[in-house]
Design a protein around this ligand. Structure first.
Ligand code: ZN
Length: 206
């Protein structure tokens, strides 16, 4: 692309660094901003900058939060003995939308993936194992997507906590292997949480 303006070119380049945004889409978005009042761009830049500078991760569940301990962990009516293990905030949002779950979460921050160079120590697995060792956890619910990486991660965690007195279960999502949790509809997902199965059963079937 031949730009008549270096300023425009820089802006298009930065926007095109976002996933799924090619150079053409980036140019369209930037030209759109140019046609809008200047305040819109200021609000956009400010929102992004403020989020990046001030965002925290909950010290207990590692979910993205504005405060040290998130609203879910802070809620006295949640059952602290059940922990649902998820990959990221999108899973928390999906499960919260079902209104079928009253326990806490543990956000791993990804899945073990040798292909992408993500090992167990890049995730918050140690902190989860420590919680289980602390003896306050009665049940862990694995709710990672049913991909090879998801299964590997579940199994890795299971091996770490097998020796402790904790029940493990997995949500029977009733959706095709490889489908991401965030795409399951609320009713299906809600039912899966209520009808979760012991994790050991999922090992026998595979
Ligand atoms: Zn939390």
């Amino acid at each position: 692309m031949d730009f008549s303006s270096k300023l425009l070119e820089n802006a298009v380049y930065e926007v095109s660094q976002l996933p799924g945004i090619g150079k053409r889409t980036a140019l369209r978005l930037v030209l759109h901003l140019l046609r809008q009042p200047q305040e819109q761009t200021q609000r956009l830049s400010f929102a992004l900058q403020e989020m990046r500078d001030q965002i925290k991760h909950c010290k207990n569940c590692h979910n993205i939060s504005d405060v040290d301990i998130c609203d879910i962990c802070n809620n006295p009516s949640r059952d602290r003995s059940i922990i649902c293990v998820v990959e990221d905030i999108r899973d928390v949002m999906a499960i919260e939308n079902t209104s079928q779950y009253r326990g806490l979460y543990h956000v791993l921050g990804g899945k073990i993936s040798p292909m992408e160079g993500v090992g167990p120590h890049d995730l918050t697995i140690n902190s989860l194992v420590e919680k289980v060792k602390g003896g306050q956890v009665a049940e862990l619910i694995f709710a990672l997507s049913s991909t090879m990486e998801g299964d590997t991660t579940n199994f890795y965690i299971y091996k770490q906590i097998e020796a402790f007195d904790v029940k493990t279960s997995t949500i029977a999502r009733g959706i095709a292997v490889g489908d991401e949790l965030e795409y399951a509809d609320e009713v299906t997902l809600g039912r899966s949480i209520l009808n979760r199965v012991p994790f050991e059963n999922s090992l026998k079937s595979s």
